[in-house]
Design a protein around this ligand. Structure first.
Ligand code: MRU
Length: 364
């Protein structure tokens, strides 16, 4: 990923200091500020207040959090305590649990003296693998994009791609999931255009996806979330592609609130609805997403207030409701497998069915 033309990852390891550095996403798009993570508490706080967010990046950050805890105290009690604190930061993205389990599996059998070193290398490995994984997701999605483009009545017009929330490099270590094929298609000379839905209440589409696409030079248009059905109905969308925080063993998909409505509208208008994910996002322990995926309940202040820059260029938050209005803020929703055209993973493209996912599981 490039920021102001310079290559970066959204989390970077400082090998000399053995600390991690993140872009504070709560300040984007107006300010690009790097922030050091030096302790387990720093990592937990960054995940909790969404300085980092997006399922794979949450997992990668938790890996460093585990290292910091073990650097300070490599006992079993410290490991368990770090696991508990980091795991409690956000409930829906299963990559968090996946990363913590992976760290625990690696360090638990080791002597106390060698644990911290091993944890550092494992946290780095999670990051490096994430970059390769997401690149592979892009490569598997590209032929789908090309096939849809080739079938258009006028293939010289842009391929209109709709996405929701941010499943780009800011949600991962690099590339992203839903946006990996967009970047790769654009770089290969394909004429792509992205409909970016703003993603109320936190506005990850408006603030993060629009920022990323601008940095990469990909043509895009911001819409309010409620505009999606209208565009799909008018034939102005060729495909929808989103990321996910948790997929069940039968292919149900949890993603940012509002994803389900887009999937319904895409189905009604016969537009493909793709979900891009690393296999670490599949929770093999559950099947029924509506019943079993925990949905994060967030502060209602995010609904009743809107943040932005004021005329003086200072951050400000304004109340948009009558004082005391009751609100509700579900962070995610679940799209049933029946609405998903395909799941695009680093191992290839799979139908969102239990049988198909069983075949994927057998490969791992
Ligand atoms: O609340 P967020 O910003 O962490 O939610 C992020 C999303 O919903 C992304 O679409 C999801 O993590 C997929 S990207 C891996």
């Amino acid at each position: 990923m490039n920021i102001h033309g310079q290559p970066h990852r959204s989390i970077e390891a400082d090998h000399a200091e053995r600390i991690a550095r993140i872009i504070d996403q709560t300040l984007l798009p107006h300010q690009v500020e790097w922030r050091d993570l030096q302790t387990m508490e720093d990592a937990a706080e960054a995940i909790q207040v969404m300085r980092v967010r997006g399922a794979p990046l949450i997992g990668a950050t938790a890996g460093f959090g585990m290292f910091f805890a073990l650097r300070d105290d490599a006992s079993d009690a410290s490991l368990q305590n770090a696991y508990k604190i980091l795991h409690a930061t956000r409930p829906t993205a299963v990559n968090l649990r996946w990363a913590l389990d992976r760290m625990k599996r690696i360090v638990s059998p080791l002597s106390i003296e060698s644990r911290a070193d091993a944890a550092w290398h494992e946290a780095i490995a999670i990051c490096d693998e994430d970059v390769q994984t997401n690149h592979a997701i892009g490569q598997h999605a590209l032929p789908l994009f090309s096939a849809i483009q080739a079938k258009k009545a006028d293939p010289t017009t842009p391929l209109n791609i709709m996405t929701h929330c941010n499943a780009g490099w800011l949600a991962a270590v690099d590339w992203g999931m839903a946006l990996a094929p967009v970047y790769q298609a654009h770089d290969a000379g394909m004429n792509v255009h992205v409909w970016v839905s703003e993603t109320r209440p936190r506005g990850q589409g408006a603030s993060l996806t629009a920022f990323e696409l601008r940095e990469h030079g990909v043509p895009h248009t911001l819409i309010v979330d409620n505009n999606a059905g209208h565009l799909l109905q008018r034939g102005l969308v060729d495909l929808v592609i989103v990321g996910t925080d948790r997929v069940t063993a039968q292919g149900d998909v949890a993603n940012k609130i509002g994803t389900y409505l887009k999937a319904l509208a895409a189905k009604a208008h016969d537009v493909p609805f793709y979900v891009a994910l690393p296999v670490s996002t599949i929770d093999w322990t559950i099947t029924d997403g509506i019943r079993d995926i925990p949905i994060e309940q967030r502060s209602t202040r995010e609904v009743t207030h809107m943040p932005g820059l004021n005329a003086e260029g200072h951050r400000e938050e304004v109340l948009i409701t009558p004082a005391g209005t009751q609100a509700r803020n579900d962070g995610f929703d679940v799209t049933p497998a029946s609405l998903v055209t395909a799941l695009i993973t680093e191992h290839g493209v799979y139908e969102a069915t239990a049988e198909s996912l069983k075949r994927l599981h057998a490969k791992l």
